[in-house]
Design a protein around this ligand. Structure first.
Ligand SMILES: Cc1cc2nc3c(=O)[nH]c(=O)nc-3n(C[C@H](O)[C@H](O)[C@H](O)COP(=O)(O)OP(=O)(O)OC[C@H]3O[C@@H](n4cnc5c(N)ncnc54)[C@H](O)[C@@H]3O)c2cc1C
Ligand code: FES
Ligand code: FES
Length: 464
């Protein structure tokens, strides 16, 4: 049984734990405000908020319920549009109406839920943050300008928001219904009573992280087979620094990465880099470990962490082993992982002084698209000499690739345009792109060169 709070009621769900939240709330609870659009995480019509206890306080994130298994919300608070109802319209709904942000209305619920999620977050009240909150929602009718104006209005209203007590403030201002004030105590109670319960793994278990790959690729299997949920308890997603190593847990998501003070301190452009990965709700759900195990040749987080020469700790029963991420990939979708082995920890050494990091990605559109080619670089430079480098690339071969020869070539060379051009010759010998729907082999070679050069233009503009 999965116990959680759905709006203002306690739920004890007896359905298979792999059932999608979307099906549960529409077909079992008749909460039909949540719409079914693509069922692939793309359109945002099925958006809900999921709140969990973090350090004694509720922390809410928007998620696409079509890809979220019920088992992932054990002990959490799930909010649908019905759970946001107050007397009259909330200021968010009013802003959408006033700015003409709704026409046929199919997408409107999803936009309203995402924007309420933004109000509940601690993200500063800026136009950019309000717009980012709806980057996982699609509207076929309005042309978006009216929705952007609505988002801008909401950001202005939130300037007064009490950062320490956002829920009390939002209730008092009519953004949220009264029952939100009592949710923390209720969730704490479920934790005291139930969170020690685990779904017992069985033979042939399917491990699910955020579900953002599995529920797109194998949706039918997920409800029939036994599913083991590894995204359950807060605390396993934290990012910590011990001495010179950064550690991430098995449930760390792309959003955890983006909002981590430790990571932001090390990588000044982190937000811009991670913004290139999927959308806000998918980043709230999708884990780094899931990205590695999916083994897509264009996994963005994989390319990112390959360029940091990261390692992973794998565990099954009492046995543990550590391998480099660059040794994890054996062939197309083939990885060095036994059945039942779980990635417990991902870690990398803090880049030494004088290091610079960059990530580049080209897709058919700038955001919310998978890469045609992506690449990362970590490069250490002292007094004009390259002391060491790690370069990764995706989309130009059957696996996400650590460029061994290119990385080794760069070490010991002067930092110059000539070095960059010579390194590209080696890079071109290390990749084997094929023509497919995302572009011809020749185009991908060209992209590989341009993105490799882009690393140098971004990190060392003085060379040009
Ligand atoms: C709309 C949309 C947009 C997307 N955009 C991007 C994008 O721009 N870039 C990108 O790279 N990806 C993108 N993705 C893909 C996906 O979001 C990522 O790959 C994500 O990181 C997968 O993580 P997950 O936790 O959801 O994986 P899941 O679907 O839960 O699992 C994927 C695989 O990993 C295994 N697994 C999960 N966790 C562990 C673990 N700890 N140990 C062992 N095995 C594990 C599962 O068994 C499964 O085989 C997108 C997906 C969607 C739906
Ligand atoms: S139905 Fe489209 S994102 Fe869920
Ligand atoms: S109002 Fe029709 S899809 Fe957005």
């Amino acid at each position: 049984m999965v116990e959680f709070i759905l709006n203002d009621r306690l739920e004890q769900c007896e359905e298979p734990t792999g059932t999608t939240l979307l099906d549960y709330i529409r077909y079992h609870k008749s909460l039909v405000g949540t719409k079914i659009g693509c069922r692939e995480g793309d359109c945002g019509a099925c958006m809900v908020l999921v709140g969990e206890l973090r350090n004694g306080r509720m922390h809410y994130e928007s998620m696409t319920s079509c890809l979220t298994p019920v088992g992932n919300v054990l002990g959490k608070h799930v909010v649908t549009i019905e759970g946001l109802n107050v007397k009259g319209l909330t200021p968010v709904q009013q802003a959408i109406v006033d700015e003409g942000g709704t026409q046929c209305g199919f997408c409107t619920v999803g936009f309203a839920v995402s924007l309420h999620g933004y109000c509940l977050s601690k993200k500063p009240a800026t136009y950019e943050n309000a717009i980012a909150a709806i980057d996982g929602n699609i509207c076929r009718c309005t042309g978006y300008k009216s929705l952007e104006r609505a988002a801008a209005r909401i950001a202005k209203l939130l300037v007064e928001r009490d950062e320490d007590q956002p829920i009390s403030w939002l209730v008092e201002q009519g953004f949220l219904p009264e029952y939100f004030k009592g949710i923390t105590r209720w969730v704490e109670h479920i934790h005291e009573v139930r969170m020690h319960e685990q779904f017992l793994p069985m033979e042939d278990t399917i491990l699910v992280g955020g579900g953002t790959d599995l529920y797109v690729q194998r949706p039918e299997e997920m409800t029939k087979d036994f599913v083991e949920h590894i995204v359950q308890i807060y605390g396993e997603n934290t990012i910590t620094r011990k001495d010179n190593t950064i550690y991430m847990g098995r449930t760390t998501t792309a959003e955890d990465l983006q909002s981590s003070p430790e990571m932001q301190a090390l990588f000044p452009n982190l937000r811009a880099h991670i913004k290139l990965v999927s959308s806000t709700p998918i980043r709230n759900m999708g884990t780094i470990a899931g990205n590695f195990v999916n083994a897509s040749p264009i996994g963005d987080l994989t390319a990112f962490f390959l360029a940091l020469d990261s390692s992973i700790l794998l565990k099954k029963d009492d046995k543990e082993r550590t391998i480099k991420l660059k040794d994890f990939y054996r062939g197309y979708k083939q990885i060095d992982k036994a059945r039942g082995e779980v990635i417990e920890t991902i870690f990398f050494e803090v880049p030494p002084p004088g290091s610079h990091f960059n990530f580049e990605k080209v897709c058919k559109r700038k955001y919310l698209d998978i890469a045609t080619v992506n690449t990362g670089i970590s490069i250490q430079v002292k007094e004009g000499q390259i002391l060491g480098a790690h370069v990764s690339i995706g989309g130009t071969g059957p696996i996400p690739t650590y460029l061994h020869k290119t990385s080794a070539f760069l070490a010991g060379k002067p930092i110059s345009v000539e070095t960059m051009e010579a390194a590209n010759e080696i890079l071109q010998s290390e990749i084997t792109p094929i023509s497919d729907v995302r572009g011809s082999a020749a185009y991908k070679r060209l992209l590989a060169r341009q993105l490799f050069y882009a690393h140098f233009h971004t990190l060392f503009p003085e060379l040009f």
